[in-house]
Structure formats: structure tokens, C-alpha cells
Design a protein. Sequence first.
Length: 346
Amino acid sequence: MTAADQGAAAAGGRVGIRIPACDRPDRLASVAARAEELGFDEVWVPDSQLLWRDVFSVLSVAALRTERIGLGTAVTNVATRHPSVVASAARTVAELAPGRFTLGLGVGNTSVAPIGLRSSTRAEMTERMAQVRALLAGDEWDYGEVRSRLRDPAPSVPIHLAASGPRNLRLAGAVADGVVLLSGVSPDILAAAAGQVRDGAREAGRDDDIPLTVSAFCEVTDDVTASARKLKPICASIAQNGGAPFLALAGVHLSVPDQVDEVYPDLLHAEDWDRAVKVAGRWVSDADALAFARTFCLIGTAEEIAKRLRETFEAGASGVFLQHVGSYDPPHDLIEAVGGDVLPRL
């Protein structure tokens, strides 16, 4: 066990890294292997068929190049992918990484929007997630007049649900093995979200000790103000997608149009990030960006980030996975900075 392994374990929570599927699977597997070497606990890969390579292909190669690090989707969906296809793909990765794979599911977002589909409804998520779970467990499922099952199932695959609003948080508590929270590391939001998850679990008659994994944008830096400016498109995107109440906790009050055609494909995943920062600056001031960074993100020195991570675990998170700014390059710098300077401090 490395010093970083020992530090993360001592902190009481798991520290992961988000790696977008932005390059060949073999190259991204090397990135995952480096994260493992430096002591990260988990690698999470997002799914969007037009923005990135196939998430399950990337995770399969990463499984073969690593030995202990957890691997997960953050997140795939059951809208563009039929639940039976998701179950088969999850089983395939789980076979290559026994006990290390987590299936993260969500409503679709960047998978559905670019092809003109809508996100899954709560009812659809409930039914399709039940189907995936049943197939992975080896149970039969009725497809109209046809009854089928998955050959060589993988019943040990945990299914985590991405959630943010109260209803979906309660749903996650009722039916999922864990929750992926995409709203940052604000202690107030974490406490409220954890409470909703526990309530959902109790209402369903389940154990309320549901793992809660939080995502947060992160940068190790001495210049928080400069780094915060780069977060303007992220802040604006949150406001676009119903996150105004979250931003208000930091004193950030924004009104952003539902669609910004000047940035492709959207503000959060802009191909030209400098342009996205400039466009988002119409609605997000430097002060807003700084408040957002300090409240929801992990931006600062290595010691400051280590302290915030401890506070995040104390607030109810069982894991945190870190994101760098940008969608089309691997997080090499973030892995080196956190693995070298932050994890040992935990």
C-alpha cells in the first residue's frame, strides 16, 4: 500500500478522478493506471456517444491495465441504451474487474440532448433500473410476450443513481445501492441530500446507510481567483439546468437562457473553453465565479483541498471524485497534483 493509499484510507472516504473518454481506450487506460499508482481509489468515466468514445470499451481496457482501483460509469443511461444492453455491458466490465466495477446510471443529459431525445422520467428510471438489476441477478424479465434472461449474469455489480433534486434523491435511497451527487461539496447541500437519501431508504424499508459519492471540480493552485474565472461556463450551466437554488446558497443569483447557440455543444462541454468563458461572462461575474469556486469546488492549495476533503467526508460523503476543467483532454495535471500533494496530506 502506498502512502497515498494510507492517507485516503485514514481520511475515511474514497477519492476518485473523473476521466472523460476523450482518447483511445489504451491511452486512457494508462491514465487510469497512473491514478492507481498515485493512490486514487476510483476512476469514473462519463458516457455521451457523440462527445466521447464508448464508456464500456474504455473501462474494459482500463480493467485490464489496473489491479485494485475502482472503475465506474458517471454516468451512463437507459434512454439511448436499452436496459438489456446496459446489463450486458456492465457484466462484461465486471468480469474483467471483479469486485471493482460500479454501474452509475442517470437520466441521459448529454447522451439524449444532442440527438433530440428527452431525458428519462422518474417512472422510466425506476422501471428500467429494476430491469437492469434483475438481469444482472440472473432473473427473467418479460418483454411483451417474450421472457428472457442474461446468460452469465453478474449479481455483485452495485448500481448507483445520479440524483440532485429531492424526489430523485429519495428514489435513489429507495432503489439504488448508492448515489452520485453532481452538485459539488457544499456542506449544506451534502447534509440535505444525505437526509433525503436516508428518508427514501427508510420509506422503502431499507438500511439507510447508502453510499453517497460527490463530484467536484478541483485545481491545486495558489491563485484561486484566476482559476475561478475558468469555472464561469460551469456555473452558468448549473443555472440553466435547474440549479439556481444551489447557487443561491453561495449568494450567486443568475438568469441564464435555456440555450446558448454560440457555444457547441453546450456550456458545460464546450469545445472552445476560452470562448465559453467569455460568453458565460455575460451572466457570471468574477465575484460570482469566486463564490461558486469557494462553496462548491475544491480550488486552492494542497493543504486547503485536503482540509475540504476531510470536511466533505464528515458532512456525509463516502467518496469524492474530482474533475478538471475541460472535456476533451485527460486530467494529467490534476492526477499528478492531487496524487503527489493532496492525498499524502490526508
